[in-house]
Design a protein around this ligand. Structure first.
Ligand SMILES: NC(=O)C1=CN([C@@H]2O[C@H](COP(=O)(O)OP(=O)(O)OC[C@H]3O[C@@H](n4cnc5c(N)ncnc54)[C@H](OP(=O)(O)O)[C@@H]3O)[C@@H](O)[C@H]2O)C=CC1
Ligand SMILES: O=C(CO)[C@H](O)[C@H](O)COP(=O)(O)O
Length: 471
C-alpha cells in the first residue's frame, strides 16, 4: 500500500490528458498520471502549478496502487484499439467498484460494448465527451459524461469543479444512459464540422469574391464576434487572419495547404444519422468537402481542364458584408438545428434519455461550438424539452425568418461568381425543404412504384396502393 493515496488517476498525458490533469490539480484534487512513453510522465510534475498535488508514475501498477478506492481513472488516449489496450492492461489491477472514465472521442458503440463487458466484472465504465481543445482542458472545458449513474455520483463534484462556468453554472451535466456522453460529443463535433465549413465558405466569398485582404477579414470577424455571431469559432477565425508566418513573413493562413484532416467524429455523425435516419445535410456536406479537399492533385488537374473563372462580387461592399454576417448566422442556426434534431431522435431510438436542455446549457461555455446562440436554444428547450427541432420554436422562427433575405442574397452572388458555398447552400436547402408542406417526393414515390412496385400512399384515402403506371 502506498503511503499517500491520490484522488484521481489519468492515463494518457498528451494534449488533453495533461491539461485536464493540471486543471484537476488546480481545483484541489490530488492527481497521479501515467503515460506509456516515460518522457511525458517525467516532465509532468515540473509543469504543474506550484503547490498542487501532481505525481507522475511509470507503470499502471503504480498508478492503481496510489489511488483511493473506488479508483477513478480517466483515459485520454486515441479512440479505438488504444482504449481497449489500456482497459485490458488495467483490468487485472482493479477491484470491484472502481471507475474507468473514457474521456476521448470514442465511438459510442465501442463505449456500449465496453460498458457491457466490464459490468459483470463490477467495474464501472463511463463514456465522457470533453470539448474545448488544449486551453479548454486546462482552464475549463465543456464536459459531457454519460452512462453509469452510480459512477457519475462519484465524479460529479470533480467534473463540476474543473468545467467552464456560465453565469456561475458548470458546463457539465449528466447526458443520459449508456453511451450518451460519447453520443452527445459525436454530434457536438458534427455541428462543429458544419459551422467550420460554413465559416470557410463565407471567407471564400469575402476573400476571392469581394476581394477583402486578411486585415479586412480580421476586422469583419472582429465586428461579427461583438454581435449576434459571437462564438468561439468566429473569435479564433478573427485571430487567424492576423497571424504571421515566421518563415516567409506572409500571413500564415495563406501558407496552409487546403487539405482538411478529420479524425472521424464528423463521419460517424453522418453515418449514424443515415442509419436512424435523420436528415443532417449540412454535416454530411461538411464531411464530404473535407474528403474532397484531400483530393488535391485531382482538383488541380480538374482546375487545369475547366479553368474556373471566379467573377468578382459587384455588390455594395458594406451591404454584402452585412448580408454575409446575417447569412452565416442563419446557416449556423441550421447547423445546430440539424445536430440537435439528430440528438433528439437518437435519444428516443437508443433510449438514452438525453436531456436536451442540459446539452445546450453545457455547450454555452468551454466547448468549441460555444456561441451566444446557445442561450436561445436553452430557453427553447426549457419551454419544451421534447422539441423535435429548434426551428419549430416560436422565438427562433422569427429570428430565422428575418435572416432569409440575407442568405438568399449572398447565395445568389455565390452562384453568379462561381464560388462553391456548398455548406451554406445545404443549410438554405434544408430549411426550404423542412418548411415545405408538400415536397415533390410524390413523384419519387410514383417512380418507385412504376419501376419496382414499391407501392405508395394517397393523400385522400388510407392504405397502401400500387398502380400499373405504363398502362
Ligand atoms: N486535441 C483535442 O482538441 C481534443 C482531443 N480529444 C480526444 O482526446 C483523446 C486524446 O487526444 P489528444 O490528447 O489530443 O491526443 P495526444 O496524441 O496529444 O495524446 C494521446 C496520448 O495517448 C497516448 N497513447 C497513444 N496511443 C496509446 C496506446 N496505444 N496505449 C497507451 N497510450 C497511448 C500517447 O502516448 P505517447 O506519448 O506514448 O504517444 C499520448 O500521450 C482522443 O480521443 C481525442 O480525439 C477530445 C477533445 C479535444
Ligand atoms: O473533439 C475535438 C474538438 O471538439 C477534437 O479537436 C477533434 O480532433 C476535432 O475533430 P477533427 O480532428 O476530425 O477535426
Amino acid at each position: 500500500m502506498a503511503d499517500k493515496l491520490f484522488d484521481l488517476g489519468m492515463i494518457g498525458i498528451g494534449v488533453m490528458g495533461k491539461n485536464l490533469l493540471y486543471n484537476m490539480a488546480d481545483h484541489g484534487f490530488s492527481v497521479v498520471g501515467y503515460n506509456r512513453s516515460p518522457e511525458k510522465t517525467a516532465a509532468l510534475e515540473q509543469g504543474a502549478t506550484p503547490n498542487t498535488d501532481v505525481k507522475g508514475v511509470n507503470t499502471m501498477e503504480d498508478l492503481v496502487k496510489m489511488l483511493k478506492a473506488p479508483r477513478k481513472i480517466t483515459l485520454l488516449v486515441p479512440a479505438g484499439k488504444p482504449v481497449d489496450d489500456v482497459v485490458g492492461s488495467l483490468l487485472p489491477l482493479l477491484e470491484k467498484g472502481d471507475i474507468i472514465i473514457d474521456a476521448g472521442n470514442s465511438h459510442y458503440t465501442d463505449t456500449l460494448r465496453r460498458v457491457t463487458e466490464l459490468q459483470p466484472k463490477g467495474i464501472h465504465f463511463m463514456g465522457m465527451g470533453v470539448s474545448g481543445g488544449e486551453s479548454g482542458a486546462r482552464l475549463g472545458p465543456s464536459i459531457m459524461p454519460g452512462g453509469d449513474r452510480e459512477a457519475y455520483q462519484h465524479v460529479k463534484a470533480v467534473l463540476e469543479a474543473v468545467s467552464a462556468k456560465v453565469n456561475g453554472e458548470p458546463c457539465t451535466a449528466y447526458m443520459g444512459k449508456d453511451a450518451a456522453g460519447h453520443y452527445v460529443k459525436m454530434v457536438h463535433n458534427g455541428i462543429e464540422y458544419a459551422i467550420m465549413q460554413m465559416i470557410s465558405e463565407i471567407y471564400d466569398l469575402l476573400h476571392r469574391g469581394l476581394g477583402l485582404d486578411n486585415d479586412e477579414l480580421h476586422e469583419v470577424f472582429k465586428t461579427w464576434n461583438e454581435g449576434e455571431l459571437q462564438s468561439f469559432l468566429v473569435e479564433i477565425t478573427r485571430d487567424i487572419f492576423l497571424k504571421k508566418d515566421d518563415k516567409t513573413g506572409n500571413r500564415l493562413v495563406d501558407m496552409v495547404l487546403d487539405k482538411a484532416g478529420a479524425k472521424g467524429t464528423g463521419k460517424w455523425t453522418s453515418q449514424d444519422a443515415m442509419d436512424l435516419p435523420v436528415a443532417i445535410p449540412s454535416i454530411d456536406i461538411a464531411v464530404s468537402l473535407r474528403t474532397l479537399s484531400a483530393f488535391k492533385e485531382e482538383r488541380v488537374k480538374a482546375a487545369a481542364i475547366y479553368k474556373p473563372v471566379i467573377e468578382k462580387i459587384k455588390a455594395d461592399k458594406k451591404q454584402f458584408i452585412q448580408e454575409a454576417g446575417e447569412g452565416l448566422f442563419f446557416c449556423t442556426i441550421i447547423a445546430y438545428a440539424q445536430g440537435l434534431a439528430l440528438l433528439h431522435n437518437a435519444s428516443e431510438e437508443l433510449k438514452m434519455d438525453i436531456p436536451m436542455q442540459d446539452v445546450v446549457k453545457i455547450w454555452r461555455g468551454g466547448c468549441i461550438i460555444r456561441s451566444s446562440l446557445l442561450e436561445q436554444f436553452y430557453q427553447a428547450y426549457r419551454k419544451n424539452p421534447q422539441l423535435p427541432n429548434i426551428l419549430l420554436d416560436d422565438q427562433l422562427s422569427g429570428l430565422v425568418q428575418s435572416k432569409l433575405p440575407a442568405i438568399r442574397a449572398i447565395l445568389a452572388q455565390a452562384i453568379r461568381s462561381g464560388i462553391p458555398a456548398a455548406g451554406l447552400k445545404s443549410a438554405l436547402a434544408y430549411f426550404e425543404a423542412y418548411t415545405t408542406e408538400r415536397m415533390p417526393t410524390n413523384l419519387i414515390q410514383a417512380q418507385r412504384d412504376y419501376f419496382g412496385a414499391h407501392t405508395y400512399q394517397r393523400i385522400d384515402e388510407e392504405g397502401i396502393f400500387h398502380s400499373e403506371w405504363d398502362q
